[in-house]
Design a protein around this ligand. Structure first.
Ligand code: FAD
Length: 303
């Protein structure tokens, strides 16, 4: 049985791995991919010591840091089952090619982040990858000089619309509320961008188009309207990647942790966006990865 299993290969998991490696723990890092949402973060200007970088660059550096610290990585393995066994935990993971492996350790750190929520509107699923996207950073450049619609009202939607305003001919923003919930600096920037039309109090009814998106139909104060769009960027929040985790969760599926990143189960820790921490930021996830690793080390020392 190993000391530790870290599940998740982005900022929280990598930070935990660096600490575990420096303490010479016997551990493995399991990850569906390396980089996670950091890789999708576009331009990052709030990581200490760096004025401006990109998510792609940070993701490359995370991987390089894992290699530098000789971390044993099982990349491409998604954990589907996590259960208590005598003396610790057992995690079962499957690769894209269908290979299944089981790992056992005295402690586990979950750092699996979140995935985007779906609207549930007709035409959304059928047009996924045919104009509908949940990652503007990844797919936005496909809609250069086209018309796009961003749906959402938080920072992620604001960033999506600002990015598209630089690429697309025209950008609609559909917000179901009468104001945005994001940073004022982004709200002001968007309001001052000429090729953006913000539509408040609007409920999306349908993504139009068969084989390719052609528009978005919504109701604004009960009145239906369709706007032309070749791209639809959906940014309406996230759901925690925690289905396989037996610990206590909140109604959003976020794993409940204390200040030491401990869950309600012995030897089971969680860090980063997958937890009930209110601030989903790279620097917060990194700090939690550190805390989880140090708390896990203390737990192991006391066993
Ligand atoms: C468009 C966008 C822009 C952003 N911009 C910024 C910004 O400018 N500044 C900032 O601070 N934050 C930004 N963020 C937020 C930031 O990306 C997240 O807070 C951060 O990535 C969280 O890190 P994490 O390690 O908790 O999880 P993630 O980065 O989500 O990584 C989760 C990891 O877990 C793995 N995983 C998931 N499920 C499983 C499983 N079952 N088995 C194995 N592995 C699994 C994934 O493959 C991945 O490696 C942005 C986010 C988005 C989407």
């Amino acid at each position: 049985m190993m000391d530790l299993i870290i599940i998740g290969g982005s900022i929280a998991g990598t930070t935990a791995a660096v600490y575990a490696s420096r303490r010479k723990l016997d551990f493995v890092l399991l990850a569906s991919d390396l980089g996670g949402e950091v890789a999708l973060s576009g331009v990052v200007e709030n990581w200490p010591t760096v004025n401006s970088t990109t998510g792609f660059e940070m993701a490359d550096q995370l991987k390089a840091q894992l290699i530098y610290n000789n971390v044993t990585i099982e990349e491409g393995f998604t954990v589907e089952k996590l259960e208590q066994v005598p003396g610790g935990w057992s995690a079962t993971a499957t690769s894209l090619s269908g290979v299944t492996k089981t790992f056992e350790a005295r402690a586990v750190i979950i750092a699996t982040g979140v995935k985007p929520k779906k609207l549930g509107a007709p035409g959304e699923e059928a047009n996924y990858h045919h104009g509908v996207t949940y990652c503007t950073t990844c797919d936005g450049p496909l809609f250069k000089n086209k018309i796009t619609t961003t749906i959402g009202g938080g920072n992620s939607a604001l960033e999506s619309a600002l990015m598209m305003a630089m690429l697309a001919k025209k950008v609609y923003v559909i917000n179901k509320n009468d104001k945005f919930k994001g940073d004022q600096i982004l709200i002001d920037k968007l309001a001052a961008t000429p090729n953006v039309e913000i539509i408040y109090n609007a409920l999306t009814q349908k993504i139009e188009g068969e084989g390719a998106v052609s528009g978005v139909t919504f109701t604004q104060n009960g009145v239906p309207r369709t706007v032309e769009s070749q791209g639809v960027m959906i940014h309406i929040g996230n759901k925690a990647n925690s289905a396989f985790v037996p610990a206590e969760k909140d109604p959003l599926g976020q794993i409940m942790v204390d200040a030491l990143c401990r869950t309600n189960m012995p030897g089971l820790f969680a860090a980063g966006d997958v937890t009930n921490t209110p601030y989903k930021q790279i620097v917060v996830a990194a700090g939690m990865g550190c805390t989880a690793a140090l708390a896990a080390i203390e737990y192991l020392n006391r066993l």
